[in-house]
Structure formats: structure tokens, C-alpha cells
Design a protein around this ligand. Structure first.
Ligand code: ZN
Length: 657
């Protein structure tokens, strides 16, 4: 979420020059006002996706790190009280609250001006809906149903369709729409509730969610109708989440073209136009403000066939994933894109890789994959999923990170359960609920196996595939058919970019070797009950240079980022759970001298010795009799770590001897 001083200054400057015509107060009085006529949109022709995902309920996770992470997230979701998240929604609707409001971004004065009050309810509704979709655990449906019913009551009492938890009530949106000055990101916050209602509608079989969502959308249609296109674009200078995406979704769900028209109006042209021409103008922009807009462009391409939307979203992905990302698959410093030539100046920040950014990048990646099922998308998905999203959760408390910095010897800092409620707390409620959404995809008479996560996928009635693996602890996965009839199908196994030679065995017999990394191995045949596919993916230790600087490297083993585990000396237990995300880089800022690695990357890799536990290596540190232990970064918690190493020249070691 964009709340830095720099951005807010830009925001205020933008708002100061808005000069929007005053919007009639009637906008907030009634839904159903007659709308002014806008120029007709270009003809639309929806694009069929090349592959589609399975329903969340068709893929079960089996025991492994992802199931464990989901269970932690389940416990957290069940520990929260919906009435506390609903507090200000009820107050703003003139209804008595049923419980005290939560703290942090939800109500604490420290964050009043960012106007994120109420965002958590939306993420929570999405999280519970996804969790119900993934687990069919009725406790999550009950919570989602309860929130939907409460929001319906608020809508009825409030009369306009608008749902807000801002301290100013609905008047803040009046200010936004009138072009007057305001602070923070109101549309961003509303978007979370739109998305929550969409997800409740998609995953919990509750028709009321759709009713509430439609009323909410109708409010937006009416409220924004008086804005000229120029005024609308000025409004979009401020972070507004994925309003274009969710409106496009509602268009698809209802067929009502008004929502498509509004989705198009919510497309920020000054971002869309250069990207559509393959121009990377992202330097200095707030990262997580942009990614949801790009997701919306992609949705609009799917619904309209307009190629500029596809060009912009595919180019954005390419430039961010391939040229702007750290080894963990995330990007940016202090929430902003920096020039691609400047990695060296930014890499060692404690405030890199805002977790929300990968929440959104993964959404974008899977959408692009559905249009163009290329292994490069799935490779990136795996990289960011293990090394950023899975890594973002505290294995003990289930709390989540905001930033994941690379400051040598710093620690992961996590939110607290009920006093933080950052943007990343919100996306964190969703991240760990949907690990089963991208393991497999359906093609025409084919199934894509993208991720090596223990799971069962039900392809058709009577036909399932069970994946058993300890991956990435072991470099092999096994898929077994259970089918009540012989079935002809092409199994497309991802041969990841990090593996030189992949080996396939069928029913224990060698079948083929693939030497084409970042591709799919296609197995077309008639499968019988009990048939077993084994895919072996040998891993190796590699030093991955920082873009633009070969003397700064990170170590990976197969898909897994390894970090130096440096202990927690001097760090009081529990002090890495913080309330205020603005303290990243300042909290736990005690002096610490990390070990130094010396020499060139290749000899260092050669000196690393397996340390016993899976994916662990000891590597010699300079000037120290002890080795550094490298372990999977996603397992690091409550201790200091190093991800990127600035290698000292070899002569340093020689002169020290
Ligand atoms: Zn965030």
C-alpha cells in the first residue's frame, strides 16, 4: 500500500491540480440515477483461455509445507472476530456496532490519513471464501455468510449501496469524486470489499454476496457517472487497487455491460499507454499501485479482445519478472520500482520486496499463463511462491511479513495478530488459502503439472491424479492415476528452468529424458488405474548474480533460495512481531557484523558441502574458523539471515592469512 511520504506528496500534488467539477450530492443519495451518455466502447469479443484452472474444491493439498502454511492461516482466520472488522461499517450505516473496532490500520490514529480503515474486512472475506473453496470447512462459509449478511444490512440501512469504514463515513468518497484534496487511498480500500464480495460469490455459493456486490457496483456506476474522462483519469492518479479488474469480473458474472464500461474507465491510461507500446516507464513508480491495474488490463483483454490490454500486461510482466526482480521473485525498494541499472544501490535495504507485490504478481502470472501456457510463467510462479510467499509466514505464529529485505544480518519482521492489519496482513489472509489454485491446469485433453506440491486433483468423475513428493527436499515427484476407466490424456510435466536434465519413468521403467529446461514434457497415452509417473529433477547449487553486479550473489539450490542462517543472539523472543510497519529497518537495528564470503562465485559453490538436513550447505566464511550454514530462505524465521552476499576479493583472504 502506498503511504510513503514521497508518494503522498505526489498524490497531494496530483489532487491539488485536479480541478474536478463539483459532483452533485445526489450521487450519494440514490442508486439508479439516469447516467450521462459516454461514447460507445469499441466492439468486444471475449478471448478463450488456452488453459483453465481447476476449481479450488477439485484439488486437495496433502501434507507438506504448503498444507502446513494453510493450516496456520486457517487458525489465524478463525481467531479473528468478524464483528470487530464490521464495527465501523455498521457505525457508518447508522447501526450500533456489535464489538470494539480492531487497531492498527483499522482504527489507530497513526494511520488515519492513509484511509485504509475497513480494508481488512474485504481481505478477510476473500480469505474465508478461498479457504472454504479449498477445504469445504463450513466454519469459513459461516463466517463469510455472516459478513455478507451484515454488509447487506449496512447497505439497506445506508440506503446508497456504498459500504465504507472511513472515519468520515461516506463523505470521504464525496470528496474524492469532487476533486477536492484528501489523503490516502480510499478506492484502494473499497476495492478490497468489492473483491471480498466477488470471492464470496464465487466460492461460497451465497447468492446474497452477488446482490450486495451488484448494489455496491451500482453505487460506483452512479457516483462516477458525472466525471468526465479527464476527471476520471485525474482521480486514477491515486492508488485504486484493482477496481478495473473487479468491475470486469462483475461484468463477466452478470453480463451487465455497464460494469464493463466502468472497468474501462478505471483503466489508468498513463500506465496503460506506454506499457502497451512496450515502453518501461516504471522507474520511481509505486509498485503495488501498478500491479493490480495490470491485472485489470489482462481481465479486460480476456473480455474484449482489445490487444493493447494484452500487450501492456504481458510486457509489464516481462519487464518486472525478468529485469526488475530479486532472486526471491519480488522487487522494489521501499515499495517503489528503481532503475534497473541501480540494483547495487538498493539491494541491501531492509525494505525490499513488499509481500503484497508478489500476491499480485502471482495473480497476474497465472492469468497470463491461462492465455499462453508457457513454462516461463510457471517457473516464475514457483520461484516467487517458495521464496517470497511461503517465506512470508512465521511458522510459529502464522503472522506475515510486510517487506522481505536483503540487509545482511537483518531479520524477517511480522505483523501482530490484532494490532497491525497492514496491507500485507490482508493479502496474507489470502496467500496461504489458495496454494491449490495453481498446481494443475486443464488444457484440451491435457493436464499441466506446474508445481510439485503433494496433492490430489480430481480431473473428472472417477478420475484423479495423486502427487506424492517431499519436493524440494527431494528432487523427485510421483503422480499416480486412480481411474475407473482407461483414459486418454496428455500429461504435461513442467521441466523447470533450473534443471538441466529431467528424467521420466512410467510404471518404474525409464521413459524419456528431457534436456530442454523451461518447457513441458508431454506424455500422451491411455492411462490405466494405478499407472505411475515419476519425474526426477536433479538440482544443483548455483550462485545467482544480482542484476548488473556479478560480485553480489545469492545461492539457490534447484528452485530454493538459500540464506545464511545467523542465529538470534541479542534478539529478545517475540520482538520480531511488530505493530508498526514503518519501523522496518529501524526495529531490531542493533549492530551486527555478518560473515564475509571471499573469492569468485564458482569456487565458492565448489567449496559448499552438504550439511546434513535437506537443502542445507556449509560454506566457508572469510576470516572465520566457522562455516556459514545455508538453509532454505522460506524456512528462516526469528533469526538473522543473509540472502545476497557481496563477495570480497580473493586477495583479502590471502592478505589475512
Ligand atoms: Zn502490502
Amino acid at each position: 500500500m502506498n503511504r510513503s511520504v514521497l508518494s503522498r506528496r505526489g498524490l497531494l500534488k496530483g489532487m491539488g491540480s485536479l480541478g474536478l467539477a463539483a459532483v452533485s450530492p445526489d450521487v450519494f443519495a440514490t442508486a439508479g440515477t439516469v447516467l450521462p451518455v459516454h461514447p460507445p466502447d469499441p466492439p468486444s469479443s471475449p478471448i478463450a483461455r488456452a488453459v483453465t484452472s481447476f476449481a479450488l474444491s477439485d484439488v486437495d493439498l496433502l501434507d507438506g509445507p504448503f498444507l502446513k502454511a494453510r493450516l496456520r492461516s486457517q487458525r489465524y482466520l478463525l481467531s479473528l472476530e468478524p464483528d470487530r472488522m464490521l464495527h465501523t461499517y455498521r457505525v457508518n450505516a447508522g447501526l450500533p456496532p456489535r464489538a470494539e473496532v480492531y487497531g492498527g490500520w483499522e482504527s489507530n490514529p497513526t494511520w488515519t490519513e492513509i484511509h485504509c480503515q475497513g480494508h481488512t474486512l474485504g481481505h478477510y472475506l476473500s480469505g474465508c471464501s478461498l479457504m472454504y473453496g479449498a477445504t469445504q470447512d463450513v466454519r469459513f462459509k459461516q463466517r463469510a455468510d455472516y459478513i455478507v449478511a451484515e454488509l447487506r444490512d449496512c447497505q439497506i440501512a445506508g440506503k446508497t449501496g456504498l459500504l465504507t469504514a472511513f472515519p468520515e463515513g461516506s463523505s470521504l468518497m464525496g470528496t474524492v469524486l469532487s476533486g477536492k484534496k484528501y489523503t490516502g487511498v480510499p478506492w484502494y480500500t473499497l476495492h478490497k470489499v468489492y473483491a471480498g464480495l466477488r470471492d464470496a460469490s464465487l466460492y461460497t455459493n451465497n447468492p446474497v454476496a452477488m446482490e450486495v456486490l451488484i448494489k455496491y457496483c451500482d453505487w460506483a456506476v452512479t457516483a462516477t457517472a458525472p466525471l468526465t474522462d479527464e476527471q476520471f483519469q485525474m482521480m486514477l492518479e491515486v492508488e485504486h487497487g484493482g477496481m478495473n479488474e473487479v468491475l470486469a469480473d462483475v461484468h463477466e458474472m452478470t453480463g451487465d455491460v455497464r460494469y464493463l464500461t466502468l472497468a474501462r474507465r478505471f483503466c489508468h491510461q498513463s500506465i496503460l499507454a506506454p506499457l502497451a507500446k512496450s515502453r518501461d516507464h516504471l522507474d520511481g513508480l509505486h509498485a503495488n499501485t501498478q500491479i493490480p491495474k495490470i491485472i485489470g488490463f489482462n481481465r479486460l483483454y480476456q473480455q474484449t479482445g482489445q490487444k493493447n490490454y494484452l500487450a501492456a500486461s504481458a510486457f509489464f510482466w516481462k519487464t518486472v519478472a525478468n529485469t526488475r526482480s530479486f532472486v526471491n521473485g519480488n522487487h522494489g525498494e521501499n515499495e517503489h520500482f528503481f532503475p534497473v541499472a541501480d540494483f547495487t544501490e538498493h539491494v541491501f535495504s531492509a525494505k525490499a520486496s513488499e509481500t503484497c507485490c508478489d500476491y499480485n504478481m502471482l495473480k497476474l502470472t497465472r492469468m497470463l499463463f491461462e492465455l499462453d501456457p508457457s513454462a516461463a510463467y510457471a517457473d516464475f510462479y514457483e520461484r516467487a511462491l517458495y521464496n517470497d510467499i511461503l517465506a512470508s509466514q512465521d511458522p510459529d505464529t502464522g503472522m506475515v511479513t510486510y517487506f522481505q529485505g536483503n540487509r545482511p544480518g537483518y531479520m524477517k519482521l511480522y505483523c501482530t495478530p490484532v494490532d497491525s492489519f497492514w496491507c500485507c496482513t490482508g493479502t496474507g489472509m489470502e496467500n496461504h488459502a489458495k496454494y491449490n489454485d495453481s498446481v494443475y491446469f486443464k488444457g484440451t485433453d491435457s493436464i499441466y503439472v506446474n508445481l510439485f506440491i503433494p496433492s490430489v486433483v480430481r480431473l473428472q468423475p472417477g478420475v484423479s491424479l495423486t502427487q506424492t513428493t517431499q519436493f524440494p527436499d527431494e528432487a523427485i515427484t510421483k503422480l499416480q492415476w486412480k481411474t475407473d476407466r482407461p483414459i486418454e490424456m496428455t500429461v504435461k510435466l513442467r521441466h523447470p528452468h533450473w534443471c538441466r536434465t529431467a528424467t521420466v519413468r512410467i510404471n518404474g521403467k525409464p521413459f524419456l529424458e528431457s534436456r530442454q529446461a523451461s518447457s513441458y514434457i508431454e506424455l500422451k497415452r491411455v492411462w490405466h488405474d494405478g499407472d505411475v509417473i515419476e519425474l526426477e529433477l536433479p538440482m544443483e547449487l548455483r550462485a545467482v548474480p544480482l542484476p548488473g553486479n556479478e560480485r553480489i550473489v545469492a545461492f539457490v539450490y534447484g528452485p530454493t533460495l538459500l540464506a545464511g542462517a545467523l542465529g538470534a543472539e541479542g534478539i529478545p523472543p517475540g520482538s520480531d512481531l511488530i505493530v508498526n510497519e514503518r519501523l522496518y529497518g529501524a526495529a531490531l537495528n542493533t549492530p551486527f557484523t555478518p560473515p564475509i564470503l571471499t573469492g569468485d562465485p564458482a569456487p565458492l559453490v565448489g567449496q559448499a558441502k552438504p550439511a546434513g538436513p535437506p537443502l542445507s550447505f556449509d560454506i566457508p566464511a572469510s576470516g572465520s574458523s566457522t562455516n556459514v550454514r545455508l538453509v532454505p530462505y522460506y524456512k528462516i524465521a526469528h533469526e538473522r539471515y543473509v540472502t545476497y552476499w557481496k563477495l570480497a576479493p580473493e586477495q583479502d583472504r590471502l592478505s589475512a592469512v
